[in-house]
Design a protein around this ligand. Structure first.
Ligand SMILES: [Zn+2]
Length: 212
């Protein structure tokens, strides 16, 4: 299947009129402090997994939920970007995992988990990419230490760049195996969109109160 060509991504902007797009560069000095977020992570457990090749890149369909400040959001799918899409003070990293959720009102929320290479980590993503994993343990996708979340409103980062997407960026990172880093580079080389202007948006920093 022909895949989205990231070399021609400047042409994608014509697929939307949105000015508040994603990804963005998260600049520490410009963060706005917001209220604490109460997050129940316990709905992310072991799920059946279905890999589907799509033009925008492989999507992995699974089930799970998060409860954020009393609101439940349902996990629909996840995918991986080889290299960060969101930058942190202009800095990139090994990979960015996007967990795509549906809100009760039909809106879209994406939880981004930033992945750094850690030689001590076990390979958890390669069997998933290879299609040999029928189930996935979603708890292994999250760092143990979850203290800080950045939120802002943006778009999806692949055409048609759907608007009004709520982004949650987990500041604490997950260490992943060099085996996984190589697998991402082979399967999805440089499939990241360039950062977009922040415009008049704010990126809000929340302390996380993990429940229960
Ligand atoms: Zn993505």
């Amino acid at each position: 299947m022909e895949k989205l060509n990231y070399h021609y991504q400047d042409a994608w902007r014509y697929t939307t009129t949105a000015t508040c797009q994603s990804p963005i560069d998260v600049v520490a000095d410009k963060l706005v402090d917001g209220p604490a977020m109460a997050i129940d992570w316990s709905g992310l457990t072991i799920s059946p997994l279905l890999k589907k090749e799509q033009v925008i890149g492989d999507q992995f369909f699974c089930h799970g939920k998060l409860v954020i400040d009393g609101q439940t959001v349902e996990l629909v799918r996840f995918h991986i970007h080889d290299g960060f899409e969101h930058l942190w003070d202009g800095q990139s990293g090994a990979a960015e995992l996007h967990l795509v959720f549906k809100r009760a009102d039909g809106g879209t929320l994406v939880l981004a988990v930033f992945l750094d290479e850690n030689p001590q980590a076990e390979a958890i993503f390669k069997p998933i990419l290879d299609g040999t994993a029928a189930k996935v343990d979603l708890t292994t996708f999250l760092p143990k230490n979850k203290k800080t979340m950045m939120t802002y409103m943006g778009t999806l980062t692949t055409p048609p760049l759907k608007k009004d997407v709520e982004w949650l960026l987990l500041k604490e990172r997950l260490g992943i195996s060099p085996v996984d880093v190589v697998a991402f580079a082979q399967a999805y080389p440089d499939n990241y969109r360039k950062v977009q202007p922040l415009g008049n948006r704010s990126v809000v920093r929340h302390q996380i109160t993990s429940l229960p």
